[in-house]
Design a protein around this ligand. Structure first.
Ligand code: NAD
Length: 326
């Protein structure tokens, strides 16, 4: 049987880096593309191209093969980060991500790619109150995402689905819940809540106070990276059309997240609540569609943090040693 070929856009990032490793373990030939190298691990891809995918010529270069075409394209490239970044870089997010998403699907169709995956987000849903009935994928419309990142994702979903309808390319769309794990951004302003809290706790001494944005009551669910990668692969191989939520069904407050990290770290930490871009109060969405494929989250928060915290703690210590030497 011919070896399957996959293109992973955003392979220098957190989820893309893990996805490349998974595809390699399944026997794929993989090309990774990103505007930057992976910060934390050498790429597992057979070939890695540094390309800015806002430029259609670069999308062409990403898709070009000496022979044939890619069997699967995974579009994960995005200018993105946690709430701090999402609220401070609204124009960059709208501009950069729209360009990447428009050009990639357009070129993928021109190259005759049969299967195209797009990484959307549960940021497409409106602000919800904890305990509100779960929303299905269709209920994202009429839409009122809380931030521009969510609006762009909604638009890019629609673009990809339009190309699917018109040209027959099989489009698979996942709406990711917050994803965390080793090799994710943990500092610099783009980090998301689990990584930021792990970093703050790793920097704190036993009994210290750490700052947390908001009042600690916002509710989230966090999906561990291995579960997310399994969900992506199951979705891409399936016949499920339209957006599909992928998230762990364990809902926790920000306070509970801090307590979990502190417990794993074996530290007592106090919290000082400060003003900051918290985002929505809650998002309760249904996983029924991804469950229909047999997917279930296997790694719940405490276990996931027990894998993530030691990795971030090691990064913090390595950085402190570097600063100490300078
Ligand atoms: P990430 O920032 O680690 O990875 C995104 C990658 O895209 C980065 O390596 C970045 O350099 C690359 N990129 C940005 N602009 C580019 C450009 N012009 N050309 C080429 N590459 C470019 O983020 P991630 O957490 O791995 O997220 C992957 C995808 O999943 C993104 O589309 C993101 O919006 C989506 N998503 C992630 C989460 C999450 O919790 N991590 C949640 C919802 C959706």
């Amino acid at each position: 049987m011919a070896v399957k070929k996959a293109l992973v856009c955003g392979a220098g990032g957190f989820i893309g880096g893990h996805l490349v490793r998974q595809l390699k373990s399944e026997g794929y030939w993989v090309r990774g593309v990103d505007i930057k190298e992976h910060e934390f691990a050498p790429t597992a891809a057979d070939e890695f191209l540094l390309l800015d995918l806002r430029d259609p010529e670069n999308c062409k270069a990403a898709l070009s093969l000496e022979q044939g075409t890619f069997d699967e394209v995974y579009q994960l490239a995005a200018d993105m980060g946690g709430m701090g970044f999402i609220h401070s870089a609204e124009c960059e997010i709208m501009y950069n991500n729209t360009l990447i998403n428009l050009h990639m699907i357009n070129k993928a169709v021109q190259f005759g790619v049969p299967r195209y995956f797009f990484s959307s987000s549960v940021c497409v849903y409106r602000d919800m109150q904890p305990g509100e009935p779960e929303m299905s994928e269709d209920e994202a419309i009429p839409a009122n995402p809380d931030n521009e990142y969510g609006w762009e994702k909604l638009y890019a979903e629609r673009v990809a689905l339009t190309y699917a309808r018109r040209y027959g390319i099989k489009v698979r769309i996942a709406r990711f819940q917050n994803c965390y794990g080793p090799e994710g951004t943990w500092t610099g302003g783009r980090e998301k809540a689990p990584a930021a809290i792990c970093r703050k706790v790793a920097e704190a001494k036993d009994g210290d106070t750490i700052e947390v944005w908001g009042d600690g009551s916002a509710v989230r669910s966090y999906t561990y990276i291995t579960d997310m990668i399994k969900g992506i692969r199951m979705l891409v191989q399936s016949d499920l059309e339209g957006p599909v939520n992928i998230g762990c069904p364990q809902y926790v407050t920000v306070d509970e997240l801090v307590r979990t990290v502190a417990e794993v770290a074996g530290k007592r930490v106090r919290i000082r609540y400060v003003d900051g871009p918290v985002g929505v109060h809650a998002r309760n969405f249904s996983n029924a569609r991804i469950y229909s494929l047999g997917w279930r989250a296997e790694v719940f928060l405490k276990e996931g943090i027990s894998y993530t915290y030691p990795w971030i703690e090691a990064q913090v210590k390595a950085k402190q040693m570097l600063v100490g030497k300078a």
